[in-house]
Design a protein around this ligand. Structure first.
Ligand code: ZN
Ligand code: ZN
Length: 150
């Protein structure tokens, strides 16, 4: 499933945690793997993100032309967080303010948690988003305590 070449949220990230956490767990939404498991809305938001980011890596600025393909589109808050949060579903992860375009190298860096979510949002020009359940997503620079009551 992972061919070692493409590091895509919709394949690599997903396949990794799918095999770690969901294999054999009877999680019907996630059977089958691949892009289909990301459900409705993923392709649309992926394309919208690429357009917003002008087909460039928001972190290092490399262009699709230089890459020879489109940058990956990375979920700032991983899809599994949405799946694990009872009031949310995976499609809630597929919003423009939760995705950024990253080249494979920067994507890997982000996957390893070496880039904060706040920084990814900032680089992607994404305004802070208040989630309906009040999750702060562990980011240092967002959400002051008083605003979480909103
Ligand atoms: Zn990713
Ligand atoms: Zn990059």
């Amino acid at each position: 499933m992972i061919n070692g070449e493409v590091t895509l949220c919709s394949r690599d990230c997903h396949a990794t945690w799918l095999s770690d956490e969901f294999t054999g767990e009877g999680h019907p939404n996630w059977r089958g793997g691949g892009n289909a498991a990301y459900g409705k809305g993923w392709n649309a938001v992926r394309e919208a993100a690429l357009e917003r980011d002008e087909y460039e890596c928001v972190y290092c600025g490399v262009t699709a032309e230089k890459l020879g393909r489109n940058p990956d589109v990375h979920h700032i808050v991983p899809v599994r967080v949405f799946v694990e949060t009872p009031v949310l579903i995976e499609q809630d992860a597929h919003t423009l303010d939760n995705v950024v375009s990253l080249c494979p190298a920067c994507h890997r860096t982000a996957e390893f948690g070496r880039v904060s979510r706040a920084e990814l949002r900032w680089r992607g020009g994404i305004a802070r988003h208040v989630y309906p359940d009040g999750h702060g997503w562990g980011s240092k620079t967002v959400a002051s305590p008083s605003s979480s009551a909103l």
